[in-house]
Design a protein around this ligand. Structure first.
Ligand SMILES: [Zn+2]
Length: 207
């Protein structure tokens, strides 16, 4: 999975430092080095939630990473311990498992990769909408707006559910769900979100 490899590049101390040294050492990219340094997401395929978090975190770096990334510059920086090695993998890992740079390079330069990441994030946002709908109540009418970002939607969900007084009818959605309302909420979110300005803008920037 390309998402996993790109996250490995950004998370592992050795590859992160190497990336900062080679691709984020001069203006204007150096101004965003802190954002790269603070990236801390990893992907565990067995947990869908880790994919969603990683997608959201990575999308926030898309406009920073894409223009700064250079496979040639990255590989030019040789580890003194393996000075003659010039291959497509950073094997500098205690378990001998490094970052597959060729896959990382293909992913970062691929609009398809960023679109897939954006779709993952969007699916996560739909799940958050459904969660928020289930946990809220029918009487207070709070409706989560589409943001084109699962992170923003997640923050808004917390504000709606925990930002004011709790209603006794919170999470009492069984009757509506049995009538099919939850499905319509999901469809409505998907329809609104797919045409949302932020979603289109994000896709354009990432591509
Ligand atoms: Zn209520």
């Amino acid at each position: 999975m390309e998402l996993k490899e790109v996250c490995r590049l950004l998370k592992r101390p050795f590859s992160k430092q190497r990336l900062l040294t080679t691709c984020f050492h001069s203006p204007p990219h150096v101004f965003f080095a802190g954002r790269i340094a603070s990236f801390d997401s990893d992907v565990y395929e067995g947990r869908w939630n880790s994919v969603l978090h990683a997608s959201a975190d990575l999308l926030e770096l898309a406009n920073i990473l894409v223009p700064a990334w250079s496979k040639d510059a990255y590989l030019l920086h040789q580890d003194p311990g393996r000075a003659n090695r010039h291959d497509d993998e950073d094997a500098n890992d205690s378990r001998g498992r490094g970052v597959q740079i060729k896959r990382v390079d293909n992913a970062i330069r691929s609009p398809w990769f960023w679109c897939c990441t954006l779709v993952s994030d969007f699916l996560g946002e739909i799940l958050i909408h459904l969660t928020c709908w289930v946990e809220s109540c029918p009487c207070h009418g709070a409706k989560l707006q589409c943001f084109g970002s699962s992170r923003l939607a997640g923050n808004e969900r917390k504000r709606i559910l925990h930002g004011g007084r709790r209603c006794p009818l919170f999470s009492m959605r069984a009757a509506e769900a049995s009538a099919g309302a939850s499905a319509s909420v999901g469809v409505e979110c998907a329809t609104e979100g797919w045409t949302h300005e932020d979603l289109g803008t994000s896709m354009g920037k990432a591509g």
